[in-house]
Design a protein around this ligand. Structure first.
Ligand code: ADP
Ligand code: MG
Length: 728
């Protein structure tokens, strides 16, 4: 019988290069052509309707039914002119994907005939039968109603002849069942807090948005090889596979020439992205073989999140046309780098200022410092919650490893900022400062940007690094929805800003001059966040010890990280800003634990099945070949038997030991699953899976990988690492 591995190679050898389907137009000629953006609104909506939509976006004002009807009409006309036949609310439920249920514009008329329709009420709100989406106990299935509601701040777009309307998704009782709802609430809280603080410096500041520029890492694998690996196909990562003799040790993949086939894929998905208004800017090879990255120009955070989730879908679809699979899993292959999704985060004002970029004058620099130290304070107060926000089963293979997310949150500010913060902490005093002193301090602060500009120091071991004009949260996993970390960062920074403003106001009330009050609170915040500043190697043991001395919380495994969500400090933070209620947090906590358990359970089952049905039979088949050979040697060379067959007999012994280990531990792993499946509490069960089930997966794998090195290559049923990771 031919194995799937060999069939896969056969398929690949007969395959022709798939050329990309591309337009020869310039990007600027078709960028955003499939989006109902402001340009389209001007063409398809009356002026007052457009204004109502803009007001709704800017001030969160409600859109009334009449306006909604007109928007629906405009959207329908535009979409149908572009060939659309269906519409859908497009939302992000609490799993790894986006959800859509298409309805046709077409409506038959009784007595014959038909027409196309799309009313305002359908634009504004829909009731998907949502009983199958994760809800963490918020909805009983018999009362499964949830509804999706239009988010006018993210423009509708067309994919596959379907008009997609970005939406939030909430239970009938009002609790959020998605990522977008709390994200929008956190953005509103941040806006309000940042405007109040911003107005200390500039009365013109009336709106502050968080900006997000994500960097998406991913692996590509040939579709035929992917299908021949049940572990990859079902878990998104390999559960076995010996390290290839050559992988990333020569550093010859990073920024190397992009293979032709990959290039075809990239060009095609980029074109799709541009049509959808996703402003992709960079593409390159990443560190590991067959690993790549793309990144757009940053955008307003809500839109950037939608664009990221949308792009992931576009990439999956395009890959399949090129007979490739995109792996967004954080760690598809053991032993080589995993994939993250760096979230570059900053704050932008309606006046066109990046609040986290040093300014040109002492005044704007103090404004920059204010927002900078508030971000530090937020990270110091809620660092462990930030780490929790990136904790998932799939990211756990990076969590705490010698890769992007160490288990402790620290902030890297760079030597210039580090020195500047120390300076301010030393120089600004509680006591009243003389005018000369103040001027001197301000002048010194004014010098920060000059030094910072030619300061290219980067620290790749820091989970939250300041990179000159933004913070980069490097711990986020490649498959995650970026909304998760953003919800935490936005809310925590909103809290720091509110408190900052309150402390400044209190000082002003005590007759301290405004500028001095600001400097004093900046100083307090520098002192309060000193603990999480760390400029050294975030992966080193010394840092772990140092962090423990500093009393920083460390998050060492995923179920433990989830508990951060329910700490009183976290609940208070989210409730204070109306971002998530305790009920919603509890539901999310349940969902997180449940998802973790399910994923660990699937992996455990698959490695068990593969071990029993693929690996052990293969090992036995090879043993039999060896036994046949030994028997032959004995027959032909009876006198030299010992010396000629000794090694082969040793090999058989070795194999038998591996097979026994695999058998025994597969059995024990199943018993451990049974034990923990019987435990009612999801959080306890998740912890049980973490400590007692998952270790078997690693242990069994080790022995399978040893067998891979022994068994005849022609018999081995699964594509090997070197094969999976080479894309030609
Ligand atoms: P690197 O790999 O060195 O981190 P990249 O150029 O790959 O840098 O990515 C930088 C990312 O940072 C881009 O997505 C970019 O849009 C984003 N970025 C730049 N400025 C800002 C900002 N003010 N706010 C948010 N993101 C930003
Ligand atoms: Mg980066």
């Amino acid at each position: 019988m031919t194995s799937f591995r060999l069939l896969a190679f056969d398929e690949i050898s007969r395959r022709e290069i798939i050329e990309p389907q591309l337009t020869d137009k310039k990007v600027s000629e078709y960028f955003g052509i499939d989006v109902f953006d402001e340009r389209q609104m001007r063409q398809y909506l009356p002026r007052e309707v457009r204004r109502a939509v803009v007001d709704a976006i800017d001030d969160g004002r409600r859109i009334d039914r009449k306006v909604a009807d007109q928007v629906a009409l405009g959207m329908k006309t535009w979409a149908m002119e572009r060939g659309a036949t269906h519409y859908t609310h497009w939302f992000q439920p609490l799993n790894d994907s986006t959800a859509e249920k298409h309805d046709a514009f077409f409506e038959p008329v009784s007595g014959g005939g038909s027409f196309e329709t799309f009313r305002g009420e359908l634009l504004v709100q829909q009731e998907p039968d949502a009983s199958a989406f994760p809800n963490g106990g918020l909805r009983n299935t018999f009362e499964a109603r949830g509804y999706s509601a239009w988010d006018p701040s993210s423009p509708a777009f067309i994919v596959d002849k379907t008009l997609c309307i970005p939406s939030i998704f909430v239970a009938y009782t009002g609790e959020a069942l998605d990522f977008k709802t709390p994200l929008l609430k956190s953005l509103a809280a941040l806006d309000k807090a940042a405007v109040e603080v911003g107005q200390l410096f500039d009365r013109e500041i009336t709106k502050v948005v968080a900006t997000l520029g994500w960097e998406q890492e991913y692996f590509l694998v040939d579709e035929a090889l992917f299908r021949a690996r049940p572990d990859l196909a079902q878990c998104g990562r390999t559960l076995m596979g010996h390290t290839a003799a050559k992988d990333q040790q020569l550093d010859d993949h990073y920024w190397g020439a992009i293979p032709h086939r990959v290039m075809n894929f990239m060009k095609e998905f980029e074109e799709q992205a541009y049509r959808l208004g996703i402003p992709l800017k960079t593409r390159h090879n990443e560190v590991a073989p067959s690993q790549f990255e793309c990144a757009p120009m940053f955008e307003e955070a809500n839109i950037a999140v939608d664009h990221n989730t949308l792009l992931m879908t576009v990439m999956r679809k395009t890959a399949s046309r090129h007979k490739l699979r995109v792996l967004f899993h954080e760690k598809p292959y053991m032993g080589v780098n995993g994939s993250g999704k760096h979230c570059n985060w900053s704050l932008a004002t309606n006046t066109g200022v990046n609040l986290l970029a040093p300014g040109k004058t002492p005044k704007t620099n103090i404004q920059f410092l204010t927002f900078f130290v508030c971000t530090l304070k937020a990270a110091a107060e809620h660092g462990s919650l930030m780490m929790a926000s990136i904790a998932t089963e799939t990211n756990s293979h990076r969590l705490g490893g010698h890769e992007a997310p160490p288990s402790i949150l620290s902030v890297f500010t760079g030597t210039t900022m580090d020195a500047a913060l120390d300076f301010i902490e030393r120089r600004v005093s509680h006591k009243k400062m003389s005018p000369d002193e103040k001027t001197e301090i301000k002048l010194d602060i004014g010098k920060i940007p000059e030094i910072l500009l030619d300061n290219t120091d980067r620290n790749r071991t820091s989970p939250f690094a300041f990179t000159g004009n933004r913070f980069e949260f490097r711990a986020t996993g490649s498959s995650s929805n970026c909304a998760l970390p953003l919800i935490v960062i936005n809310t925590a920074v909103a809290e720091a800003l509110y408190d900052f403003k309150a402390e400044v106001d209190a000082l002003i009330e005590k007759d301290v001059k405004k500028d001095e009050a600001i400097l004093q609170v900046i100083r307090r915040y520098i002192a309060a966040s000193k603990n999480i500043r760390f400029e050294g190697n975030g992966y080193s043991c010394e840092w772990a010890e140092e962090a423990a001395r500093r009393g920083l919380r460390s998050v060492n495994n995923v179920p433990q990280a989830f508990r951060e969500y329910l700490r009183p400090e976290s609940v208070a933070l989210f409730e204070r800003f109306g971002v998530l209620t305790r009920t919603e947090l509890t539901a999310r906590y349940e969902i997180k634990n449940e998802t973790f358990i399910k994923k660990a359970q699937i992996e455990s089952r698959i490695i068990g099945d593969l071990a029993t049905n693929h690996i052990i039979p293969t090992a036995i088949a090879y043993q039999n070949i060896l036994i046949e050979n030994i028997r032959g040697i004995k027959e032909v060379f009876p006198d030299e038997f010992e010396s000629l067959a000794g090694e082969e007999m040793k090999t058989i012994h070795e194999m038998v030991e591996h097979v026994q280990f695999i058998r025994e531990n597969t059995h024990n792993m199943i018993e451990a699953r049974k034990k923990w499946n019987a435990v009612e509490s999801l959080s306890e069960r998740a912890m049980g899976y973490e400590t007692e089930v998952r270790p078997y997966i690693t242990a069994i794998r080790e022995h399978i990988d040893k067998l891979e090195l022994i068994v005849d290559d022609r018999l081995w049923p699964l594509p090997k690492y070197r094969e999976l990771m080479s894309i030609a």
